[in-house]
Ligand binder design. Structure first.
Ligand SMILES: Cc1cc2nc3c(=O)[nH]c(=O)nc-3n(C[C@H](O)[C@H](O)[C@H](O)COP(=O)(O)OP(=O)(O)OC[C@H]3O[C@@H](n4cnc5c(N)ncnc54)[C@H](O)[C@@H]3O)c2cc1C
Length: 399
């Protein structure tokens, strides 16, 4: 029997498990697949549980984007994503204006880089039109707004609740027969040229255990280089908050990228209205070193306060709401002059049977299902059939 081990229960690992458990060979009983997750709290505790959840046809890099968007649509139709993980189409725009004057230091998460020419493809309402915000975007202050520019045509931007999406993929895979182990993989084992298994720390016995494998899929997000040091990734920490507006407030479905002209910061928070009267907002990234596990990620309260302060200064509805979550997570970016990743494929020069799916920067939720489908094909059928993903091959990154 083929034994497949997946290292890491973020969106890439859980969705890969989902596709494998839907495959004919798995259904015939010829495969055992096990997912290991280092967090004591289960899957989706890192970026995949704490991201905004934007899914866009204008995401980057091209090549994986359309495949992944189409998979999101299929998954939502098949499993009632609307109710199960908050799938819906949203409006998305870039907002410029004035609110708080305090600077939010840090680096932009750079989602707008996927737009043609870098940003802002569509003509917004001109400065001379009376109302600068769309008529149904009532939850930002008109008087704080200098301009609002739609970033994409309706139908090209959607959203999921990333924690609910990732957990749904995990639960569906588990119902179909995925084995789950709570444990931190400490080593990928190999013979002279092929993987043979993994070693992991078992938090229940406090021992190192061994699990044999004919194929190992490394989907440990920003932590992937701890198991494969030749994989060059940068880990960027970013903070976010979730806000519950007061009951009677109606928050229309918009995702807004803000830029505060009265602050010396290049970019303000990204604000995501979500179904179920929840609003998510995230700030820029910083370089605080990656901790040992996802459970050790430090949350800087002042970074969360600043996001809330900026959001409150341009929205009475959000100012009057209640902060429910203050959180931080690390997004993985590939360090290479070939571009920022992701890396998807078999790292044959390291070991036969070692597969990698990581380095998804700020678009891992959007590009997760496409990556996972491709990985499942490669692992089970020996080639990626759903799209041409050669430009993400590990060999191009000396792996
Ligand atoms: C603030 C913010 C907002 C974002 N917004 C969006 C968005 O709107 N749209 C979008 O497309 N993307 C967004 N992203 C990016 C997206 O969140 C990431 O690209 C994606 O979640 C990465 O998924 P992953 O599965 O590779 O990694 P992760 O979610 O980090 O999962 C990796 C998992 O591996 C586990 N692990 C690590 N080491 C080990 C080990 N040794 N053994 C076992 N398990 C291990 C970790 O505990 C973790 O659970 C955002 C990111 C941030 C930070």
């Amino acid at each position: 029997m083929r034994e497949i081990v997946i290292v890491g229960g973020g969106i890439i690992g859980c969705t890969t498990a989902y596709y494998i458990t839907r495959h004919k060979e798995f259904l015939e009983g010829a495969i055992k697949v096990t997912l290991l997750e280092a967090s004591n709290r289960g899957p989706a505790q890192g970026a995949s549980g704490k991201a905004g959840g934007l899914v866009a046809r204008w995401a980057y890099p091209k090549g994986i984007v359309d495949l992944s968007f189409d998979e999101h649509v299929k998954l939502a139709n098949e499993h009632n994503g609307e109710d199960r993980w908050g799938w819906r189409y949203v409006n998305c725009g870039s907002w410029e204006g004035r609110g708080t004057t305090r600077k939010n230091p840090g680096k932009s998460l750079e989602k707008e880089q996927g737009l043609p020419g870098g940003q802002k493809p569509l003509k917004g309402k001109s400065a001379s039109s009376k109302r600068k915000l769309p008529d149904d975007l009532q939850w930002l202050k008109e008087e704080s707004t200098d301009s609002y520019t739609p970033m994409a045509r309706h139908g090209n931007t959607a959203q999921v609740h990333p924690y609910l999406f990732t957990m749904s993929m995990f639960d569906l895979a588990k119902e179909a027969g995925l084995q789950y182990i709570c444990g931190q993989v400490t080593k990928i084992l190999r013979s002279s040229e092929a993987v043979t298994g993994v070693e992991y720390f078992d938090p229940y016995t406090n021992d190192i255990q061994t699990l044999s494998a004919s194929q190992v899929i490394l989907t440990a997000g920003a932590w992937s280089p701890t198991l494969l040091p030749s994989l060059k990734l940068t880990a960027t920490r970013a903070h976010s908050v979730t806000i519950r507006p007061i009951e009677e407030t109606s928050i229309s479905p918009y995702v807004v990228f803000t830029e505060f002209k009265d602050s010396s910061s290049a970019s303000g928070p990204e604000i995501y209205a979500r179904p179920g009267n929840e609003v998510y907002a995230c700030g820029p990234g910083d370089d605080l070193a990656l901790p040992a596990t996802v459970d050790d990620v430090q949350v800087d309260e002042s970074a969360c306060d600043l996001i809330y302060k900026q959001v409150s200064s341009i929205s009475d509805e959000l100012r009057d709401g209640k902060i429910e979550k203050r959180q931080a997570c690390y997004l993985p970016t590939v360090n290479s002059n070939r571009g920022g990743g992701p890396i998807i494929g078999e790292a044959k020069t390291v070991a036969k049977g070692l597969f990698i799916g990581t380095g998804h920067t700020c678009w891992g939720i959007s590009n997760g299902p496409g990556t996972a489908k491709a990985l499942s094909e490669l692992v089970l059928e020996g080639e990626i059939k759903c799209a041409d993903l050669k430009r993400f091959d590990p060999a191009l990154y000396s792996l």
